[in-house]
Design a protein around this ligand. Structure first.
Ligand SMILES: *Cc1c(COP(=O)(O)O)cnc(C)c1O
Length: 247
């Protein structure tokens, strides 16, 4: 049987290499996260067998469904990349090592409460809406610093950096603008030298724009379609008002 997942992975890995060379970056400074929403377990397993170790899930419920694979492939790290409702934090903190999508104080509070109960800490990124699109989650760029300062009060949260979704169906220049903005916010926050705030991770770039994101400084790119093929659910199911239930 042909293994398209392995083939696609080779292509993506090669493109990452080319983008790193073109922008004078080291390949080991850019991590590939595979976005797994709606992808069946068999396909994920092919990626794991090909040596991939970083996966990202959008929904708490789907994350739970991946549990058999977590048991089997212990070297694999899971991140949470989707919109997180405050009533779902319990499942998420149980399974993941980094949450990319903390975009509001209320969510930070909910995470903090849960983590206190479990006597744990969690690594997080703050999601910023760099494209200013209504349909996207993320704090407005102007509010980024204030949100980071507020979240830093919660001693259970380790702030590791920022995440964004670039403008979709846009020109390279438009997406590049989003990624540059995220980089600029990172620099501004770094200069404040806030206690307990690290700003080393920039999570940006997806199937359509990851090479641009690498050129602009991404340290984690999140790729789904390009490795696993088209999804049967539209992304609006994960990204827009349908996903807004508790806030
Ligand atoms: C689905 C998703 C991705 C991957 O998107 P592709 O276009 O399939 O590569 C990346 N980031 C987030 C937050 C996603 O929801």
């Amino acid at each position: 049987m042909e293994n398209l997942v392995a083939e696609n992975l080779q292509t993506v890995r090669q493109q990452m290499k080319t983008a790193c060379q073109a922008s004078g970056r080291k390949l080991e400074d850019v991590k590939l996260l595979l976005a797994t929403k709606t992808v069946p377990l068999e396909k994920l397993q092919l990626a794991m067998q090909a040596g991939e170790t970083l996966f990202g899930e959008n929904k708490a419920q789907e994350l739970r469904g991946k549990f058999p694979l977590m048991e089997q492939y212990k070297q694999v790290e899971w991140h949470f990349i989707g919109h997180l409702q405050t009533n779902k934090v319990k499942d998420v903190v149980k399974y993941v090592t980094l949450i990319h999508s903390v975009d509001r104080l209320k969510l930070g509070q909910a995470l903090h409460q849960q983590l206190l109960k479990e006597n744990k800490t969690m690594n997080i990124l703050v999601q910023i809406n760099t494209s200013y699109e209504e349909s996207k989650f993320g704090a407005p760029p102007e509010a980024a610093l204030e949100l980071v300062e507020q979240l830093a009060q919660f001693e259970t949260l380790n702030i590791k950096g920022l995440m964004t979704i670039g403008k979709l169906n846009a020109t390279n220049d438009e997406t590049r603008h989003c990624f540059r903005l995220l980089k600029r916010i990172q620099t501004e926050i770094r200069e404040k030298k806030l206690p307990r705030v690290e700003m080393d991770i920039l999570s940006m770039g997806m199937s359509g724009d990851f090479t641009v994101a690498i050129e602009e400084g991404a340290t984690i790119i999140r790729v789904g379609t390009k490795v696993f093929g088209q999804r049967y659910l539209p992304d609006s199911y994960y990204w827009n008002e349908h996903a807004r239930q508790d806030d």
